[in-house]
Design a protein around this ligand. Structure first.
Ligand SMILES: NC(=O)c1ccc[n+]([C@@H]2O[C@H](COP(=O)([O-])OP(=O)(O)OC[C@H]3O[C@@H](n4cnc5c(N)ncnc54)[C@H](O)[C@@H]3O)[C@@H](O)[C@H]2O)c1
Length: 368
Protein backbone atom coordinates (compact mmCIF):
# COMPACT_ATOMS: atom_id res chain seq x y z
CA UNK A 1 0.00 0.00 0.00
CA UNK A 2 1.50 3.29 -1.04
CA UNK A 3 1.36 6.52 0.93
CA UNK A 4 -1.39 8.00 -1.18
CA UNK A 5 -2.75 11.36 -2.23
CA UNK A 6 -6.31 12.14 -3.24
CA UNK A 7 -5.70 12.38 -6.96
CA UNK A 8 -3.53 10.35 -9.26
CA UNK A 9 -2.17 11.89 -12.44
CA UNK A 10 -2.27 10.02 -15.74
CA UNK A 11 0.30 7.35 -16.17
CA UNK A 12 1.58 7.57 -19.72
CA UNK A 13 4.72 9.56 -20.53
CA UNK A 14 8.02 10.16 -18.79
CA UNK A 15 7.38 12.53 -15.90
CA UNK A 16 9.45 15.69 -15.54
CA UNK A 17 10.60 16.36 -12.01
CA UNK A 18 12.31 19.46 -10.64
CA UNK A 19 14.78 18.69 -7.85
CA UNK A 20 15.68 21.37 -5.29
CA UNK A 21 17.94 19.95 -2.57
CA UNK A 22 18.15 23.30 -0.74
CA UNK A 23 20.22 23.68 2.41
CA UNK A 24 21.86 21.69 5.19
CA UNK A 25 20.88 18.03 5.27
CA UNK A 26 18.64 18.62 2.24
CA UNK A 27 21.86 18.47 0.20
CA UNK A 28 22.66 15.05 1.70
CA UNK A 29 19.29 13.32 1.73
CA UNK A 30 18.10 14.38 -1.74
CA UNK A 31 21.00 12.67 -3.59
CA UNK A 32 19.99 9.44 -1.81
CA UNK A 33 16.36 9.93 -2.83
CA UNK A 34 17.48 10.51 -6.44
CA UNK A 35 19.61 7.35 -6.32
CA UNK A 36 16.55 5.40 -5.24
CA UNK A 37 14.42 6.82 -8.07
CA UNK A 38 16.99 5.46 -10.53
CA UNK A 39 17.13 2.08 -8.77
CA UNK A 40 13.34 1.77 -8.96
CA UNK A 41 13.50 2.29 -12.72
CA UNK A 42 10.95 5.11 -12.64
CA UNK A 43 10.34 6.80 -16.00
CA UNK A 44 11.32 10.30 -14.97
CA UNK A 45 13.49 13.11 -16.21
CA UNK A 46 15.12 15.11 -13.40
CA UNK A 47 16.21 18.74 -13.56
CA UNK A 48 18.14 20.26 -10.64
CA UNK A 49 17.67 23.81 -9.39
CA UNK A 50 20.25 25.53 -7.17
CA UNK A 51 17.78 27.56 -5.09
CA UNK A 52 18.86 27.89 -1.48
CA UNK A 53 21.22 29.71 0.87
CA UNK A 54 24.39 29.27 -1.26
CA UNK A 55 22.73 30.84 -4.28
CA UNK A 56 21.19 33.61 -2.18
CA UNK A 57 24.52 34.43 -0.56
CA UNK A 58 26.25 34.56 -3.94
CA UNK A 59 23.78 36.63 -6.00
CA UNK A 60 20.92 37.59 -3.60
CA UNK A 61 18.42 35.67 -5.70
CA UNK A 62 15.94 33.55 -3.76
CA UNK A 63 13.57 32.66 -6.61
CA UNK A 64 14.41 33.80 -10.17
CA UNK A 65 11.70 36.05 -11.69
CA UNK A 66 10.16 33.25 -13.78
CA UNK A 67 10.90 30.54 -11.18
CA UNK A 68 7.44 29.53 -10.01
CA UNK A 69 6.01 29.92 -13.52
CA UNK A 70 8.69 27.53 -14.84
CA UNK A 71 7.93 24.95 -12.15
CA UNK A 72 4.19 25.18 -12.84
CA UNK A 73 4.57 25.01 -16.62
CA UNK A 74 7.40 22.56 -17.23
CA UNK A 75 7.15 19.95 -14.46
CA UNK A 76 4.75 17.34 -13.13
CA UNK A 77 6.32 17.28 -9.66
CA UNK A 78 8.95 18.96 -7.52
CA UNK A 79 11.21 17.15 -5.07
CA UNK A 80 12.53 19.38 -2.30
CA UNK A 81 15.07 18.82 0.51
CA UNK A 82 14.92 21.56 3.13
CA UNK A 83 15.66 25.26 3.55
CA UNK A 84 17.24 27.13 6.44
CA UNK A 85 20.83 28.21 6.97
CA UNK A 86 22.42 30.01 9.93
CA UNK A 87 24.31 32.26 7.48
CA UNK A 88 20.94 33.77 6.55
CA UNK A 89 19.54 34.68 9.98
CA UNK A 90 16.39 36.25 8.52
CA UNK A 91 15.62 32.97 6.71
CA UNK A 92 14.35 35.17 3.89
CA UNK A 93 15.37 32.69 1.19
CA UNK A 94 13.54 29.84 2.95
CA UNK A 95 10.39 31.93 3.29
CA UNK A 96 10.47 33.06 -0.32
CA UNK A 97 11.24 29.64 -1.77
CA UNK A 98 9.29 27.24 0.43
CA UNK A 99 6.37 29.34 1.63
CA UNK A 100 6.40 30.96 -1.82
CA UNK A 101 6.00 27.58 -3.50
CA UNK A 102 3.19 26.62 -1.17
CA UNK A 103 1.25 29.88 -1.37
CA UNK A 104 2.11 31.44 -4.77
CA UNK A 105 1.69 28.09 -6.52
CA UNK A 106 -1.35 27.51 -4.32
CA UNK A 107 -0.30 24.00 -3.24
CA UNK A 108 -3.02 24.09 -0.66
CA UNK A 109 -3.12 20.53 0.70
CA UNK A 110 -0.18 19.41 2.80
CA UNK A 111 -0.55 15.64 3.17
CA UNK A 112 1.52 13.92 5.86
CA UNK A 113 1.01 10.16 6.18
CA UNK A 114 1.93 8.76 9.57
CA UNK A 115 2.90 5.11 9.51
CA UNK A 116 4.88 3.08 12.01
CA UNK A 117 7.24 0.70 10.20
CA UNK A 118 8.53 -1.15 13.25
CA UNK A 119 7.46 -1.23 16.90
CA UNK A 120 11.02 -0.38 17.99
CA UNK A 121 10.69 3.09 16.39
CA UNK A 122 7.73 4.19 18.50
CA UNK A 123 8.41 5.75 21.91
CA UNK A 124 5.02 4.54 23.20
CA UNK A 125 4.64 1.26 25.11
CA UNK A 126 2.78 -1.63 23.49
CA UNK A 127 2.21 0.04 20.11
CA UNK A 128 2.55 -2.13 17.00
CA UNK A 129 2.87 -1.07 13.34
CA UNK A 130 -0.81 -1.90 12.78
CA UNK A 131 -1.76 0.66 15.45
CA UNK A 132 -0.40 3.74 13.68
CA UNK A 133 -1.70 4.43 10.21
CA UNK A 134 -3.22 7.87 9.89
CA UNK A 135 -2.75 11.02 7.85
CA UNK A 136 -2.60 14.69 8.75
CA UNK A 137 -4.03 16.99 6.08
CA UNK A 138 -2.87 20.51 6.76
CA UNK A 139 -4.14 23.68 5.12
CA UNK A 140 -0.99 25.02 3.48
CA UNK A 141 -1.62 28.57 2.27
CA UNK A 142 -3.43 30.54 4.98
CA UNK A 143 -3.68 30.86 8.77
CA UNK A 144 -0.97 32.61 10.72
CA UNK A 145 1.74 31.73 8.19
CA UNK A 146 0.47 34.25 5.63
CA UNK A 147 2.76 36.95 7.05
CA UNK A 148 -0.10 39.40 7.58
CA UNK A 149 0.51 41.73 10.49
CA UNK A 150 3.09 44.15 11.69
CA UNK A 151 5.15 45.53 14.51
CA UNK A 152 4.45 48.85 16.17
CA UNK A 153 6.81 50.82 18.43
CA UNK A 154 9.53 48.23 17.84
CA UNK A 155 12.34 48.26 20.39
CA UNK A 156 10.38 50.24 22.98
CA UNK A 157 8.68 48.94 26.13
CA UNK A 158 5.35 49.57 24.36
CA UNK A 159 6.16 47.34 21.40
CA UNK A 160 3.17 45.61 19.80
CA UNK A 161 3.45 42.63 17.42
CA UNK A 162 0.40 41.47 15.48
CA UNK A 163 0.27 38.22 13.49
CA UNK A 164 -3.07 37.78 11.79
CA UNK A 165 -4.81 34.43 11.38
CA UNK A 166 -6.31 34.46 7.89
CA UNK A 167 -9.07 31.94 7.16
CA UNK A 168 -11.07 32.26 3.94
CA UNK A 169 -14.19 30.28 3.18
CA UNK A 170 -12.60 29.14 -0.09
CA UNK A 171 -9.45 28.00 1.71
CA UNK A 172 -11.26 26.21 4.52
CA UNK A 173 -13.80 24.59 2.24
CA UNK A 174 -11.31 23.18 -0.25
CA UNK A 175 -9.05 21.61 2.39
CA UNK A 176 -11.99 20.03 4.21
CA UNK A 177 -13.35 18.76 0.91
CA UNK A 178 -9.88 17.38 0.09
CA UNK A 179 -9.87 15.48 3.39
CA UNK A 180 -13.23 13.85 2.67
CA UNK A 181 -12.08 12.92 -0.85
CA UNK A 182 -8.83 11.54 0.55
CA UNK A 183 -10.79 9.46 3.08
CA UNK A 184 -13.11 8.10 0.38
CA UNK A 185 -10.35 7.26 -2.10
CA UNK A 186 -7.49 5.92 0.05
CA UNK A 187 -7.23 2.69 1.96
CA UNK A 188 -5.26 1.89 5.07
CA UNK A 189 -2.04 -0.08 4.78
CA UNK A 190 -3.86 -3.30 5.75
CA UNK A 191 -6.27 -2.77 2.84
CA UNK A 192 -9.25 -1.74 4.96
CA UNK A 193 -11.13 1.43 4.00
CA UNK A 194 -10.48 4.73 5.72
CA UNK A 195 -13.56 5.62 7.73
CA UNK A 196 -13.26 8.82 9.69
CA UNK A 197 -12.45 12.49 9.08
CA UNK A 198 -11.54 14.39 12.24
CA UNK A 199 -11.45 18.19 12.13
CA UNK A 200 -9.15 19.73 14.69
CA UNK A 201 -9.30 23.38 15.75
CA UNK A 202 -9.37 25.64 18.79
CA UNK A 203 -12.85 27.01 18.24
CA UNK A 204 -13.55 27.31 21.96
CA UNK A 205 -10.93 30.08 22.24
CA UNK A 206 -10.49 31.29 18.64
CA UNK A 207 -14.18 31.67 17.95
CA UNK A 208 -14.18 33.62 14.67
CA UNK A 209 -11.86 31.37 12.68
CA UNK A 210 -13.02 28.26 14.55
CA UNK A 211 -16.66 29.13 13.80
CA UNK A 212 -15.93 29.18 10.08
CA UNK A 213 -14.11 25.83 10.25
CA UNK A 214 -16.99 24.32 12.27
CA UNK A 215 -19.69 25.50 9.89
CA UNK A 216 -17.85 24.42 6.76
CA UNK A 217 -16.97 21.03 8.26
CA UNK A 218 -20.65 20.35 8.98
CA UNK A 219 -21.69 21.53 5.50
CA UNK A 220 -19.16 19.37 3.68
CA UNK A 221 -19.98 16.38 5.93
CA UNK A 222 -23.65 16.82 5.03
CA UNK A 223 -22.71 16.29 1.37
CA UNK A 224 -21.68 12.74 2.28
CA UNK A 225 -24.88 11.57 4.03
CA UNK A 226 -24.89 8.02 2.73
CA UNK A 227 -21.18 7.40 2.80
CA UNK A 228 -19.42 5.26 5.35
CA UNK A 229 -17.33 8.24 6.47
CA UNK A 230 -17.76 9.20 10.11
CA UNK A 231 -16.99 12.70 11.30
CA UNK A 232 -15.38 13.82 14.53
CA UNK A 233 -14.14 17.04 16.08
CA UNK A 234 -11.38 17.64 18.63
CA UNK A 235 -9.76 20.71 20.08
CA UNK A 236 -6.08 20.74 19.21
CA UNK A 237 -4.88 20.60 22.80
CA UNK A 238 -7.00 17.53 23.55
CA UNK A 239 -5.88 15.95 20.28
CA UNK A 240 -2.19 16.42 21.21
CA UNK A 241 -2.77 14.60 24.47
CA UNK A 242 -4.78 11.83 22.82
CA UNK A 243 -2.19 11.30 20.08
CA UNK A 244 0.33 10.35 22.74
CA UNK A 245 -2.14 8.44 24.92
CA UNK A 246 -3.67 6.34 22.14
CA UNK A 247 -2.76 7.02 18.49
CA UNK A 248 -4.83 4.02 17.37
CA UNK A 249 -8.00 6.06 17.11
CA UNK A 250 -6.84 8.43 14.35
CA UNK A 251 -7.57 8.05 10.64
CA UNK A 252 -7.79 11.29 8.58
CA UNK A 253 -7.13 14.53 10.46
CA UNK A 254 -7.78 17.88 8.77
CA UNK A 255 -6.66 21.13 10.33
CA UNK A 256 -5.24 24.60 9.73
CA UNK A 257 -1.69 25.54 8.80
CA UNK A 258 -0.19 26.05 12.26
CA UNK A 259 -1.95 23.21 14.09
CA UNK A 260 -1.10 20.90 11.18
CA UNK A 261 2.55 21.92 11.36
CA UNK A 262 2.71 21.12 15.07
CA UNK A 263 0.69 17.92 15.22
CA UNK A 264 2.42 16.41 12.21
CA UNK A 265 5.80 16.82 13.96
CA UNK A 266 4.25 15.25 17.07
CA UNK A 267 2.98 12.45 14.85
CA UNK A 268 6.46 12.09 13.29
CA UNK A 269 7.71 11.40 16.81
CA UNK A 270 5.43 8.35 16.91
CA UNK A 271 6.91 6.90 13.71
CA UNK A 272 10.59 7.23 14.63
CA UNK A 273 11.26 10.97 14.45
CA UNK A 274 11.57 13.63 11.80
CA UNK A 275 13.98 11.53 9.77
CA UNK A 276 11.15 9.10 8.93
CA UNK A 277 8.38 11.50 7.92
CA UNK A 278 7.32 12.19 4.32
CA UNK A 279 4.94 14.76 2.88
CA UNK A 280 3.28 16.07 -0.24
CA UNK A 281 2.10 19.60 -1.05
CA UNK A 282 -0.74 19.21 -3.49
CA UNK A 283 -3.17 21.05 -5.66
CA UNK A 284 -5.20 18.61 -7.72
CA UNK A 285 -4.58 18.98 -11.45
CA UNK A 286 -1.41 21.02 -11.02
CA UNK A 287 2.27 20.41 -10.28
CA UNK A 288 2.77 19.02 -6.76
CA UNK A 289 5.73 19.25 -4.41
CA UNK A 290 7.10 16.45 -2.21
CA UNK A 291 9.53 16.88 0.69
CA UNK A 292 10.63 15.24 3.91
CA UNK A 293 8.91 16.83 6.92
CA UNK A 294 12.22 17.71 8.57
CA UNK A 295 14.16 20.95 8.18
CA UNK A 296 17.78 21.58 7.23
CA UNK A 297 19.10 20.48 10.69
CA UNK A 298 22.25 22.67 10.62
CA UNK A 299 23.94 20.98 13.63
CA UNK A 300 24.08 17.60 11.87
CA UNK A 301 24.56 18.88 8.30
CA UNK A 302 27.65 17.73 6.38
CA UNK A 303 28.34 14.83 8.77
CA UNK A 304 26.74 12.00 6.78
CA UNK A 305 24.46 11.16 9.72
CA UNK A 306 21.06 12.51 8.60
CA UNK A 307 18.39 9.89 8.01
CA UNK A 308 17.53 9.85 4.28
CA UNK A 309 14.34 7.79 4.67
CA UNK A 310 11.94 10.76 5.03
CA UNK A 311 13.22 12.02 1.66
CA UNK A 312 13.14 8.52 0.14
CA UNK A 313 9.57 7.92 1.36
CA UNK A 314 8.62 11.33 -0.08
CA UNK A 315 9.86 10.02 -3.43
CA UNK A 316 7.63 6.95 -3.03
CA UNK A 317 4.69 9.27 -2.34
CA UNK A 318 5.59 11.36 -5.40
CA UNK A 319 5.82 8.36 -7.73
CA UNK A 320 2.50 7.00 -6.45
CA UNK A 321 0.94 10.40 -7.11
CA UNK A 322 2.35 10.36 -10.64
CA UNK A 323 0.77 6.98 -11.31
CA UNK A 324 3.85 4.82 -10.65
CA UNK A 325 2.42 2.70 -7.85
CA UNK A 326 4.67 -0.27 -8.62
CA UNK A 327 7.86 1.77 -8.25
CA UNK A 328 6.49 3.39 -5.09
CA UNK A 329 5.76 -0.06 -3.61
CA UNK A 330 9.30 -1.24 -4.34
CA UNK A 331 10.78 1.78 -2.54
CA UNK A 332 8.55 1.44 0.52
CA UNK A 333 9.23 -2.28 0.76
CA UNK A 334 12.99 -1.67 0.63
CA UNK A 335 12.82 1.00 3.35
CA UNK A 336 10.70 -1.32 5.48
CA UNK A 337 13.31 -4.05 5.07
CA UNK A 338 16.11 -1.62 5.95
CA UNK A 339 14.26 -0.67 9.13
CA UNK A 340 13.67 -4.32 10.05
CA UNK A 341 17.32 -5.23 9.45
CA UNK A 342 18.56 -2.02 11.14
CA UNK A 343 20.35 -0.92 7.97
CA UNK A 344 19.67 2.65 9.03
CA UNK A 345 21.21 5.80 10.40
CA UNK A 346 21.78 6.17 14.15
CA UNK A 347 18.65 8.25 14.89
CA UNK A 348 16.58 5.08 14.43
CA UNK A 349 19.04 2.63 15.87
CA UNK A 350 21.36 1.67 13.01
CA UNK A 351 25.03 2.26 12.33
CA UNK A 352 25.01 3.41 8.70
CA UNK A 353 25.73 6.86 7.34
CA UNK A 354 23.32 8.82 5.14
CA UNK A 355 24.99 7.64 1.93
CA UNK A 356 25.29 4.03 3.08
CA UNK A 357 21.62 3.83 4.18
CA UNK A 358 20.56 5.29 0.81
CA UNK A 359 22.83 2.87 -1.02
CA UNK A 360 21.44 -0.10 0.93
CA UNK A 361 17.89 0.81 -0.07
CA UNK A 362 18.90 1.40 -3.70
CA UNK A 363 20.66 -1.99 -3.85
CA UNK A 364 17.70 -3.73 -2.23
CA UNK A 365 15.41 -2.29 -4.89
CA UNK A 366 17.62 -3.14 -7.82
CA UNK A 367 18.35 -6.62 -6.42
CA UNK A 368 22.11 -6.16 -6.52
N1 LIG B 1 10.52 22.24 5.14
C1 LIG B 1 11.60 22.91 5.51
O1 LIG B 1 12.44 23.29 4.69
C2 LIG B 1 11.82 23.17 6.97
C3 LIG B 1 11.04 22.54 7.96
C4 LIG B 1 11.35 22.77 9.30
C5 LIG B 1 12.41 23.61 9.63
N2 LIG B 1 13.12 24.22 8.63
C6 LIG B 1 14.30 25.04 8.91
O2 LIG B 1 15.37 24.14 9.24
C7 LIG B 1 16.24 24.78 10.19
C8 LIG B 1 16.38 23.90 11.43
O3 LIG B 1 15.10 23.82 12.06
P1 LIG B 1 14.77 22.85 13.27
O4 LIG B 1 16.01 22.51 14.01
O5 LIG B 1 13.62 23.43 14.01
O6 LIG B 1 14.15 21.54 12.57
P2 LIG B 1 14.89 20.29 11.91
O7 LIG B 1 13.83 19.42 11.36
O8 LIG B 1 15.92 20.74 10.96
O9 LIG B 1 15.58 19.53 13.14
C9 LIG B 1 14.88 19.19 14.32
C10 LIG B 1 15.58 18.04 15.02
O10 LIG B 1 15.41 16.83 14.29
C11 LIG B 1 16.66 16.29 13.89
N3 LIG B 1 16.51 15.83 12.51
C12 LIG B 1 15.82 16.45 11.53
N4 LIG B 1 15.91 15.76 10.41
C13 LIG B 1 16.66 14.68 10.66
C14 LIG B 1 17.10 13.59 9.88
N5 LIG B 1 16.78 13.47 8.57
N6 LIG B 1 17.88 12.65 10.46
C15 LIG B 1 18.19 12.73 11.76
N7 LIG B 1 17.80 13.74 12.55
C16 LIG B 1 17.05 14.71 12.02
C17 LIG B 1 17.63 17.47 13.97
O11 LIG B 1 18.96 17.04 14.15
C18 LIG B 1 17.08 18.24 15.15
O12 LIG B 1 17.53 17.65 16.37
C19 LIG B 1 15.61 26.15 10.47
O13 LIG B 1 16.23 27.10 9.63
C20 LIG B 1 14.16 25.98 10.09
O14 LIG B 1 13.53 27.18 9.72
C21 LIG B 1 12.87 24.01 7.32
Amino acid sequence: MVLGCANVANVSATKRIAVIAGDGIGKEVIPQAVKVIAAAGAAVELTSFDWGADRYLSDRVTVPPDGFATLGRDFEAILVGAFGDPRVPSNIHAKEILLGMRSKMDLYANVRPVRLMDASLCPLKGIEPKDIDFVVIRENTEGVYGDVGGVFKQGTPDEVAIQEDVNTRKGVERIIRYAFEYCASNKKLDGSPRRRVLMCDKSNAMTHAGGLWQRVFKEVAAEHPNSEIETQHMYVDALAMQMVRDPREFDVIVTNNMFGDIISDLAAGLQGGLGMAASGNLRPGYVSMFEPVHGSAPPIAGKNIANPFGAILSVAMMLAHLGMAGEAHKIEAAVLEAVRQKKTTADIGGKLGTREAGEWVAQKISGR
